[in-house]
Ligand binder design. Sequence first.
Ligand SMILES: [Zn+2]
Length: 210
Amino acid sequence: MADRPAQLIACHYCDLLQREIPLNPGCTASCSRCGAVLYRNATDSIDRTLAYTLAAAVLFAVANTFPIFSIEVQGDRSAINLYGAVASLWDQEMKSIALLVLITAIVMPAVELISMTYLLLPLKFRRVPPGCALFMRTLRYVEPWGMVEVFMLGVLVSLVKLTSSFKVIPGIALWSFGALTLLLAAVASSFSARDVWARLEQGNKERGEP
Ligand SMILES: [Zn+2]
């Protein structure tokens, strides 16, 4: 950030315009009027977010492929995975819930992870991916709709209820969902849109674009 020219930044809370100053790694700039945090110089936010995103993508693939849990009834064991749960809700005429699970636990996290990787992987190697503004906007809209943690909570409540009647065996996907919840929180907290825009700006300048 130190090589960027000083720019004006408006406080999100009180609208005071202030001049940006270069920060040391790990430092935070606060509004001089209301004290709200204006921006941070998070060290390696792009590298860290990319690492969390790639780890989350692996867990997401595992969570979607393997069974969440199995139920054993009189020696017969039947396993259920995420798609199976959605299909079964759909078949039982709970179409709106099936759609909600499909969107919040599968589609939105997938879009988020794909968009993050598409943006951050080239940026790590100082390249500017085409259509990056579109992907930044997509991330902003998608983020509030990814609710893996709510899904996880629902599954745990169902498991506790089921254990009173059946023998329930947790599957690999259940542990993956647990770890995925933590990793998605880490992605959200380490992602800095400001750093991404700064890297994009720098990349465009190096290519001679305005
Ligand atoms: Zn302020």
